[in-house]
Write a protein that binds this ligand. Structure first.
Ligand SMILES: Cc1cc2nc3c(=O)[nH]c(=O)nc-3n(C[C@H](O)[C@H](O)[C@H](O)COP(=O)(O)OP(=O)(O)OC[C@H]3O[C@@H](n4cnc5c(N)ncnc54)[C@H](O)[C@@H]3O)c2cc1C
Length: 417
């Protein structure tokens, strides 16, 4: 039994009996072939028990990143356990970029993509949409490459750890670009709801940071992609919000520059800096739900109706967008979505009691959930909302007939194949 081995937020102690840290792919293949129950572990930033197993956790933290940039194919391949932060800095120093990032650069590439991690932007797919190929160690220890020529990639790209241990991920890259972050404070909720689509379309990546119990949206973050030499005038007010210059203040040290100063994508797209602890340092819980874009305003209005119950336990809500994709377990499968995230105070009992109420309030809008954040949906609801669940479990059964990588989380949320 592992002792004191918890996820990043410390709300979960893993039940696994052991943790292995192979240093190369051969060793990884040998371990996976030999052990009866295995589950890949990333950087432990999920809040659910999705990474847990009654068997052995397999961490790739001791495998070198081996970043390889292919300037002809315009891809970068990297060991699955490598952090996005390390990859981003290597790409930037070679003149390349990713299309988007999550809010934190600390997460592993394989772990983040396995749970459909996303950033924001009406035209931006979740991070897994950049996957061109995966090298997966499957249940018998074979190393299998699944790329865009295979109709399995849409299942494995958001694979929930169910197909094996991803040794290497190959991602699409593009030439580097600059981004400017402009922050507007205290826009009235009414104005934001009236102009929601315009606001979300007003920059390459947009985040609203808000409390449903407050009359205003605390901050609107606009991450604008700049052309060479571009640095347009900053508007003093926008969408009813007032421009925020944090350059002279004691701004939180864990957050990337927000005061409209252009910088490389790698230092503007993620909210948090790699050299600090992200968010509330782990003294928090998180949940996230996704609704179709056309239901976005009604969904936010419904949550405002629950403001008095939500606010006492909420640190902040972050509202973003993601473009529709064709990845089977993606919350954006087949539909453009509004992503409604909740960063909660560490009030586990109260948050556990509140989630079913939030889910019932959002039920008319058929929300899907983030796989790595807390939720209480039953497997029947998940099967209704994610139309490819049966295909996913059938394919998983082909890859892993003995259910080596199956775990209680998958049993609870997807059921037996
Ligand atoms: C402060 C904070 C901010 C966050 N911000 C965002 C955000 O902006 N957007 C968003 O969408 N989410 C966000 N998240 C959620 C986070 O991105 C996901 O929980 C993500 O899965 C964490 O990656 P990880 O490397 O920690 O994976 P883990 O939590 O360690 O594992 C997650 C899953 O990935 C699987 N996995 C890990 N490695 C491999 C591998 N090598 N092969 C196969 N499967 C593997 C595991 O088995 C498990 O099923 C945030 C979380 C935190 C704590």
């Amino acid at each position: 039994m592992l002792t004191n081995q918890t996820n990043w937020a410390g709300n979960l102690t893993y039940n696994a009996k052991a943790i292995m840290q192979p240093t190369n792919v051969d060793e990884l293949q040998e371990l996976v072939a030999r052990l009866p129950r295995v589950r890949a572990l990333g950087t432990r930033h999920s809040f659910t028990d999705i990474a847990d197993t009654p068997g052995t956790l397999m961490s790739l933290a001791n495998m070198p990143p081996n970043i390889h940039i292919d300037t002809t194919a315009m891809t970068a391949s990297v060991t699955g356990g490598t952090s996005y932060g390390l990859l981003m800095s290597e790409l930037q120093s070679n003149g390349f970029a990713l299309h988007n990032t999550g809010s934190l650069p600390h997460i592993s590439v394989a772990g983040a993509t396995a749970t459909a991690t996303h950033g924001s932007g009406d035209g931006n797919g979740i991070l897994s949409t950049a996957i061109a190929a995966l090298d997966v160690v499957t249940a018998d220890g074979s190393l299998v490459t699944v790329d865009r020529a295979s109709d399995h990639l849409p299942a494995l790209a958001v694979g929930l750890g169910a197909f094996g241990v991803i040794a290497r991920v190959t991602l699409d890259i593009e030439p580097t670009y600059r981004v400017r972050q402009d922050v507007y404070r205290f826009a009235p909720w009414e104005t934001v709801l009236e102009q929601l689509d315009d606001i979300m379309a007003s920059a390459y990546s947009v985040s609203l940071l808000a409390d449903f119990g407050s009359p205003t949206v605390a901050q609107i973050w606009l991450k604008t992609r700049l052309g060479v030499g571009d640095d347009p005038e900053v508007a003093p007010t926008l969408f009813g919000g007032i421009w925020y210059d944090d350059s002279d203040e004691l701004a939180p040290q864990n957050v990337n520059q927000r005061a409209s100063i252009p910088g490389p994508w790698s230092e503007r797209m993620p909210h948090f800096r790699l050299d600090g602890e992200p968010s509330n340092g782990g003294d928090e819980l998180q949940s996230e739900y996704y609704v179709r874009r056309e239901h976005g305003v009604q969904a936010l209005e419904a949550l405002r109706g629950l403001g008095a119950q939500i606010s006492p336990h909420l640190l902040i809500s972050e509202i973003r967008t993601a473009a529709a994709d064709s990845l089977w377990m993606s919350p954006a499968y087949g539909q453009d979505v509004l992503c409604i995230g909740f960063t909660w105070a560490k009030h586990p009992a109260e948050v556990t009691a509140l989630l079913p109420e939030i889910e019932a309030t959002l039920a008319p809008f058929a929300p899907r959930q983030h796989w790595g954040k807390l939720f209480s949906f039953s497997r029947d609801i998940i099967a209704e909302r994610f139309p490819r669940v049966a295909d996913f479990t059938e394919l998983r059964d082909q890859y892993d007939p003995q259910r080596k990588f199956w775990n209680p989380f998958l049993e609870r949320t997807l059921g037996a194949p």
